[in-house]
Design a protein around this ligand. Sequence first.
Ligand code: IPD
Ligand code: CA
Ligand code: CA
Length: 266
Amino acid sequence: MHPMLIIAVKAARRAGHIISRASLDISQLTVSTKQQSDYVTEVDRAAETAIVEVLREAYPSHAILAEESGASGPESDYQWIIDPLDGTTNFIHGFPQYAISIALAHKGILNHAVIYDTNRNELFTASKGGGAFLNDKRIRVSKRAKLAESLIGTGFPYRSFTHIDTYLAIFKELTQKTSGLRRPGAASLDLAYVAAGRLDGFWEFGLSPWDMAAGALLIAEAGGLVGDLSGESDYLATGNIIAGNPKVFSQLLQLLTPHLTAQLKA
Ligand code: IPD
Ligand code: CA
Ligand code: CA
């Protein structure tokens, strides 16, 4: 394992410990609302502090972009992109689908990724050019070639409803043209599941870089494709993402395209 990935795993496990301990008594959580349907707990913050501490100690010259504290650290070609607890709504409800997501980009290129599911003790890791792994086993995207036989993940709009009609039209069509749709509630894990072949494809609008960065590298290293709504690579900037095994990716892109408004295509 690359030394930078080892540090990222150490940080994820540190945060995992905090999250697992807190999950034992969710009645004690103090929940604040950032905006409508957007929650944060002291656990998100404590997990982030722990991750940042580990990364800063190892790499004081690197920049950091973390969900709860934003951009910090010196200017650097290296940037850590962190979601300390992806799936906070699930966590608050005791619904066991959430994860820690940490990625390292160098000059904007994703180099290392960790997604850690504390509930199942599943550690997804990838380094650029080195393949993707679940615990110690190599993972690959599924081989399913037909959309009709595919299981597709997504995230329902829950905060901004600007694209709700577009979303519902896509939802209606995909419901009829796939084996099933799933909305587990943690985008990073949805992407990790595409990498592991548990989902054949995924799409969501309006995500943040920390939801996608680690999962996107995992998928690429597992032989899949990740793109924005034009099939290009601007998903971290636009927040709109399509992912899948290569065959399902192109079918998803083709199916979504006629639905997209000018705003979503931009
Ligand atoms: C959320 C989850 C969810 C996705 C949301 C994200 P958070 O992250 O990834 O699946 O639909 O858009 O904001 O807020 O729980 O870290
Ligand atoms: Ca998130
Ligand atoms: Ca989060």
